[in-house]
Design a protein around this ligand. Structure first.
Ligand code: ZN
Length: 214
């Protein structure tokens, strides 16, 4: 069994088709809507193995008062439960599982995905503040021999829509907060990354507001 230096090409057969991306991302967006309706940062995701959803999640940080309960972490826990219940080898299952998520996974989640050897991630908009798939760090593709395996990303699916949902969330989150200012110099209309650049009031408040992202 290969522990390190896995050939990244070996999982090419797992690359999802356009229609698969469309189908599964629609469900990930449904999860993001559910998050928004529950006062959470609107991020939703699914983990698909053999054409079956084996885990799904949406951000639960506010509800659980636990800053680590990002959509991906919730979904990964479900995947592990799914494997245990069916007495499947978690490692084998994860190596053939694709994650569909509405926002680029953050650094923490990208590291968790590596440790569980998820080979492919499809995501919507970028996460300019905390992104672990290129925006801040390249946890997804860096050579990190002691942190699982690298994974490939397909980025930008329904990105504008994902950004709009984040904007809606930040507009409604704190009606007493000063009007958010978007740094015009940081808007990239191509990937719609503006929201994550939303600035609010003093630095502490800003950090707190944005800390639940993804
Ligand atoms: Zn995360």
């Amino acid at each position: 069994m290969q522990e390190v230096g896995v050939d990244p090409e070996k999982n090419d057969f797992l690359q999802p088709s356009d229609s698969e991306v469309q189908t599964w991302m629609a469900k990930a967006f449904d999860m993001a809507v559910e998050a928004l309706e529950n006062g959470e940062v609107p991020v939703g995701c699914l983990m698909v193995y053999n054409n079956e959803i084996i885990g799904k999640g949406r951000n639960e940080v506010n509800e659980t008062k636990n800053a680590t309960r990002h959509a991906e972490m919730v979904a990964l826990d479900q995947v592990l439960d799914w494997c245990r219940l069916r007495e499947k080898d978690c490692k084998e299952v994860c190596e053939q599982t694709v994650l569909y998520v509405t926002v680029e996974p953050c650094i923490m989640c990208a590291a968790a995905l590596r440790l569980l050897r998820i080979p492919f991630v499809v995501y919507g908009c970028k996460n300019e503040r905390f992104g672990g798939c290129g925006s801040v760090l390249d946890v997804s593709s860096d050579h990190l021999p002691h942190t699982g395996t690298s994974f490939k990303c397909i980025a930008g699916y329904r990105a504008e829509e994902a950004v709009e949902m984040l904007k809606t969330f930040y507009k409604q989150e704190n009606p007493n907060a000063p009007k958010p200012k978007v740094r015009k110099d940081s808007i990239n209309p191509q990937d719609g990354a503006a929201v994550i650049q939303v600035m609010r009031g003093p630095p502490d408040e800003e950090t707190e507001t944005i800390a639940h992202l993804s």
